[in-house]
Design a protein around this ligand. Structure first.
Ligand SMILES: Cc1cc2nc3c(=O)[nH]c(=O)nc-3n(C[C@H](O)[C@H](O)[C@H](O)COP(=O)(O)O)c2cc1C
Length: 379
């Protein structure tokens, strides 16, 4: 069975839970790890470097790992080499994680308007400075990057970014096969993953990971075959479906017959467990159930639940209330065909909002406004 090497960490099978802001916190990672038997790599939601360096209270909670989580994987988002360097040094010196991923994929206008997120790799020298600062302060920690194809089809950046990553000592690169302009629309372009693998493979042996539109464990194997990539990063397919990680492990171990097809009752049990873990993590049951609300539609997708009941589930404010509503469902329902396939965000946007003159010179050495770092909503 193939494995993935991220610095000192062997990831077997080569499957990674994509960082998702507001989703891949410690409770969600715990659930996914329970289903995978601890196999795979599970990346935290994105942490902004400035908030980390300033020891913002909420940020310090976000970087919490369960005692059994190994390796501990943190994703950072930063736009300023100095601040990124300080954040990485803090993680290394204070032993806060075992792996650092850097996010260059965020497409939200609030961030690209300032030159951050998926707009940043266009400025090759700035990208290089950030990577250099990160690797230079990481000690023995492996640093990886995650990016998109580019800003739009006329401004692709992934091949240059892959080369710069190799030159700056990055341990692995992951590519989401969409441009920023696409947001989550259309289909991910797996050909670009193959092209990046070839491009990086010509100068280095660092792993290339593919990301985008893996909705089933079979999709993961298909992407690896189609692109030659060394591992897969799975995001939206896990929303309301943490057992997908069990399927991924089964697929790579040749146990396709073990794919989970949970009944409504089994899904309801996972829902209660997820909400319980969130409550424990937040130190308050009600806050946990409220944070869980966003997951309800994903867990119940395709099941015969009814809009009124979906609404009730999504406004529950205690575990007892949530469990009570769930017990009123037809719990014998088998896993519905309608639950397979795409889930989560699938929409797009035409034009990427950028700072004035951003596209004029890919090699100028201007920095990015610190306010490009305020976003917390992902990639
Ligand atoms: C709700 C949500 C939050 C996300 N947050 C992040 C993030 O914090 N960092 C990041 O690099 N990507 C983030 N992403 C992008 C995913 O990591 C992934 O690249 C993208 O969803 C494509 O993979 P998929 O088709 O498997 O979902 C987010 C995506 C979603 C849907």
């Amino acid at each position: 069975m193939s494995s993935l090497q991220i610095g000192p960490h062997t990831v077997q099978p080569p499957v990674v839970l994509a960082p998702m802001a507001g989703i891949t916190n410690a409770p969600f990672r715990t659930l996914c790890r329970e289903f995978s038997g601890g196999k795979g790599l599970f990346v935290s939601e994105m942490i902004t470097t400035r908030a980390l360096v300033e020891r913002n209270e909420k940020t310090m909670q976000l970087i919490h790992f369960d005692a059994t989580e190994k390796p501990r994987s943190i994703q950072l988002y930063g736009v300023d080499p100095d601040t990124v360097g300080k954040a990485v040094r803090m993680i290394a010196e204070e032993d806060l994680a075992d792996h650092i991923d850097l996010n260059f994929g965020c497409p939200v206008p609030k961030v690209t308007r300032k030159g951050g997120g998926s707009a940043l790799p266009y400025k090759r020298n700035l990208l290089r400075s950030i990577l250099r600062a990160a690797v230079g302060n990481a000690g023995s920690l492996p640093v990886t990057i995650k990016m998109r194809k580019g800003i739009d089809d006329d401004h692709l950046t992934y091949l240059d970014a892959g080369r710069i990553a190799v030159e700056e000592g990055i341990t692995a690169v992951a590519l989401h096969g969409r441009t920023a302009a696409q947001h989550y629309s259309g289909t991910a372009d797996w050909d670009t993953i193959a092209r990046l693998k070839e491009h990086v493979g010509a100068i280095s042996e660092i792993p290339v990971l593919g990301n985008g539109d893996i909705w089933s464990a079979d999709d993961a194997k298909r992407m690896m075959r189609a692109t030659g990539c060394d591992g897969v990063v799975v995001g939206r397919g896990c929303l309301g479906r943490p057992w997908l990680f069990g399927d991924l492990v089964a697929a790579f171990e040749g146990r396709e017959e073990d794919y989970a097809r949970p009944t409504m009752k089994e899904v309801a049990d996972v829902m209660v467990r997820h909400a319980t873990l969130l409550g424990e993590w937040l130190g308050d049951e009600a806050r946990g159930v409220i944070d869980f609300r966003k997951h309800v539609a994903w867990y119940t997708k395709g099941f015969s639940v009814g809009s009124e009941m979906r609404r009730k589930l999504a406004v529950s404010s205690s575990l007892a209330e949530l469990a009570d509503h769930l017990s009123a469902l037809d719990l014998d329902q088998p896993w519905p065909a309608g639950a397979d396939g795409p889930r989560g965000r699938t929409s797009g946007r035409d034009r990427v909002v950028l700072p004035d003159g951003w596209l004029d010179d890919p090699y100028d050495c201007a920095g990015v406004g610190a306010d490009a770092e305020l976003d917390t909503s992902g990639g």
